[in-house]
Write a protein that binds this ligand. Structure first.
Ligand SMILES: [Zn+2]
Length: 75
């Protein structure tokens, strides 16, 4: 189901709305203004917390070509 994110043009409130149909009424939950700007945001990718880029505890057991050079392990 499509969930869109909007920013209210009047008060700047950010809110999400589950849009089932085109006739879904969308209004700011704060000031009830219908003036809003849709945010075409990606579904919040967890930028923090996921320790994917720095696996310090795992040794490169297979010698060479482990990651294509993108991790800087060639030093
Ligand atoms: Zn508002």
């Amino acid at each position: 189901m499509p969930i869109f994110e909007y920013v209210c043009d009047d008060c700047g409130e950010r809110y999400e709305k589950l849009v089932m149909s085109k006739s879904t009424k969308i209004a700011c939950p704060k000031c009830e203004s219908s003036k809003r700007t849709i945010q075409l945001s990606v579904f919040a990718a967890p930028a923090n917390g996921a320790k994917a880029s720095n696996g310090s505890s795992s040794e490169p057991s297979s010698g060479g070509g482990c990651c294509g050079g993108s991790c800087g392990c060639h030093n």
